[in-house]
Design a protein around this ligand. Structure first.
Ligand code: TRP
Length: 334
């Protein structure tokens, strides 16, 4: 059976962008692959090193979000990155196989650096060794379970490319050790915000969280950007310029064709349309929230899931590291 590894940084709750961008895809794939889902707390510390409580709290929330979305602990190993020391060891070996200029060129790292001015300075001059190098540790996450596939959102593609380069280099120097993993994008890899922004993102403050309650969702949907040329309720409009229509499609509202037709003909007011969308999103999130609540009420069960997932990952990583140490001539006293 082929292996999948993917995960997220625990820095807050998951939103619809995460769901459609990658989590939904993982839920489908877990039936056919040996699936590892990592809660990347070590990586989260690279830009939150001064806020460990936030990371700690988010680990638990992320686990609840995963379970709510239907990641099935019987099929997938959900694990905590910091509890796998093999990842740290492999990161050190990999750090010889990537140049510092190459790390500086990674577009995702660059983008994040400039989003984090309060941590790394106005122009990123305060960049740390840990933050610059986190794609190396991400390569180690993937390699530690010798993953074949990595289902991710679009922003992660540069990291997977860097992983592939490192692993090819490793295989060349030390002999065939690792699979070269492929990224898997979902059908909707990047979700726009309700404000029309290209991305739904916490830092842009345009997210609908999977755990938002009905009132919050309705309030947020009311602010969505619509066709600016539509002034009166019965003006015909262009649904392709409207975030409300975009979201009707995204959550696969069964009446999406009616929405489109009525909007074009001027038979659908925006307020009405938004209320309908809010109801559809609330309905869509209901089973996710119910499952989330089930686990929220059973913290011992969640802890057990994380423990078992971490143990299974550790076993796999130990097996992979045996081969790594042997191939690198580090297998002393074996
Ligand atoms: N970089 C990912 C994020 O920001 C988290 C992550 C860490 C990851 N290691 C990974 C994703 C390995 C896929 C594979 O959410």
């Amino acid at each position: 059976m082929k292996t999948i590894l993917t995960g997220d940084r625990p820095t807050g709750r998951l939103h619809l962008g995460h769901y459609f961008g990658s989590v939904e895809n993982r839920v489908k794939l877990q039936n056919d692959y040996d699936t590892y889902i990592l809660i990347a707390d070590v990586q989260a510390l690279t830009d939150n090193f001064n806020n460990p409580e936030k990371v700690r709290k988010s680990v638990y929330n992320l686990a609840l979000d995963y379970l709510g979305c239907g990641i099935d602990p019987k099929q997938s190993h959900i694990y905590i990155q910091s509890l796998i020391p093999e990842v740290a060891e492999l990161t050190v070996y990999f750090s010889n196989l990537v140049t510092v200029p190459r790390l500086y060129r990674n577009p995702t790292t660059k983008h994040e650096l400039l989003q984090k001015k309060e941590v790394f300075g106005e122009s990123g001059e305060g960049i740390t060794y840990g933050f610059l190098g986190y794609p190396v540790s991400q390569a180690a996450d993937i390699a530690c379970v010798n993953s074949n596939l990595v289902p991710v959102g679009e922003d992660q593609l540069p990291h997977i490319e860097q992983t592939r380069e490192i692993l090819r280099k490793f295989n060349n120097i030390y002999g065939e050790t690792f699979n070269i993993p492929e990224p898997v994008l979902s059908t909707s890899p990047r979700i726009k915000g309700l404000d029309g922004n290209e991305k739904m993102s916490k830092s842009l403050n345009n997210c609908i969280y999977l755990s938002d309650d009905a009132d919050t969702i309705t309030k947020k949907v009311m602010t969505a950007v619509t066709d600016p040329d539509k002034i009166r309720k019965d003006d015909p409009a262009n649904p392709d310029k409207c975030m409300v229509y975009y979201y009707h499609k995204l959550i696969r509202n069964k009446d999406v064709d009616t929405v489109c037709e009525e909007c074009k003909k001027g038979e659908r007011g925006c307020v009405y349309c938004k209320k309908e969308l809010a109801r559809a999103i609330i309905e869509f999130l209901k089973p996710i929230q119910e499952r989330r609540k089930y686990y929220e009420d059973r913290p011992e069960e969640v802890e057990k899931i994380l423990k078992e997932g971490t143990l299974a990952t550790k076993r796999k990583a130990e097996e992979v590291m045996k081969k790594v140490r042997k191939n690198m001539n580090l297998d002393y006293f074996e």
